[in-house]
Design a protein around this ligand. Structure first.
Ligand SMILES: NC(=O)c1ccc[n+]([C@@H]2O[C@H](COP(=O)([O-])OP(=O)(O)OC[C@H]3O[C@@H](n4cnc5c(N)ncnc54)[C@H](O)[C@@H]3O)[C@@H](O)[C@H]2O)c1
Length: 272
């Protein structure tokens, strides 16, 4: 059911790779809520062609951009304003990638060039997006910018490897740029810390099935799905969250505040 929460708002959505992507679901809900936006992804990801289905469904133009390239971002943000007919009200950064995770390197055997790549793609790109938007004066007053994070920024999850540092940096950038963009343009900047979710990036982490089930059992409301996350993101693009900024918002069914749950106690009793 639509509430027209984003009627008249314009934005850019990064990171829709396929139907499982969180950004894919955000695009569908944002479209249903009346937003117009452009879709973007790295040129290599666009070659799969999946995104064209989403673009058609949402009446959105696809503009390629490697989020680590300032030149690509300048082109994306300039063209998006032309296509959409004005400045932007929201941006979703839904990007993550670690070569060390992809290639199964253990945390005691990291390739440091790859670690720099993980940080650049997964965190520094968030700064690049905002700095480019600021320099091009592309954001409307009271706009909203979101990045997607994970609780490995605060707690250790062995197989998450250098992505934990990337998420810590992403959340820190949200605070620092949130202060700046708030002061300059009343633009809010937040990260949403999402439950484990069955996507390409998620399932690429070793032992994902196990910690997906663990998180589900540790969360009184169960894991938040990609659809739940999309609804939450759209609320953050709406005018109902105008004074929320520089926050890392836990969207995890209660996982981050749980010590232990009955579901886990039952499992552990059975295993005895
Ligand atoms: N899936 C989970 O369990 C989970 C949990 C918490 C947070 N997140 C975060 O949610 C976000 C979205 O991930 P997802 O789970 O939807 O997976 P996904 O694999 O569908 O999305 C990741 C996206 O990042 C894009 N990307 C990679 N390198 C890029 C680059 N250089 N330039 C532009 N785009 C690039 C990919 O093409 C892909 O579209 C990520 O930040 C991820 O870390 C995911």
């Amino acid at each position: 059911m639509s509430h027209n929460l984003l009627k008249g708002k314009r934005g850019i959505i990064f990171g829709a790779l396929d139907e499982r992507s969180i950004a894919w679901k955000v695009a569908q809900v944002a479209h249903a809520e009346g937003a117009s936006f452009t879709l973007t992804n790295a040129p290599i990801a666009l070659r799969m062609g999946e995104i064209n289905k989403l673009a058609e469904e949402c009446g959105a133009e696809v503009i390629p951009a490697d989020a680590t390239s300032v030149e690509d971002l300048e082109n994306l943000i300039t063209k998006s304003q032309e296509v959409l007919g004005g400045k932007l009200d929201f941006i979703l950064h839904s990007i993550g990638m670690s070569p060390n995770v992809r290639k199964g390197r253990s945390y005691g055997d990291l390739n440091y060039d790859w670690m720099v790549k993980s940080l650049d793609v997964s965190a520094m790109s968030f700064h690049k997006v905002m700095q480019t938007a600021e320099k091009l004066d592309a954001m409307n007053e009271w706009g909203s910018i979101l990045g997607l994070s994970y609780i490995a920024a605060q707690r250790s999850f062995p197989d998450y490897s250098d992505m934990a540092q990337a998420k810590a940096m992403l959340e820190s950038i949200a605070r620092s740029y949130g202060e700046r963009f708030g002061r300059l343009k009343n633009v809010r900047v937040n990260t949403i810390s999402q439950s484990p979710t069955m996507t390409t990036a998620g399932t690429g982490v070793g032992g994902f099935d196990v910690f997906y089930d663990y998180a589900d059992k540790m969360s009184p409301l169960g894991n938040a799905t990609a659809e739940d996350c999309a609804n939450y993101c759209v609320m953050f693009f709406s005018d109902f969250t105008k004074k929320v900024t520089m926050q890392n918002l836990m969207h995890d069914g209660g996982f981050s505040s749980s010590g232990i749950t009955d579901a886990l106690i039952e499992d552990l009793k059975k295993a005895k």
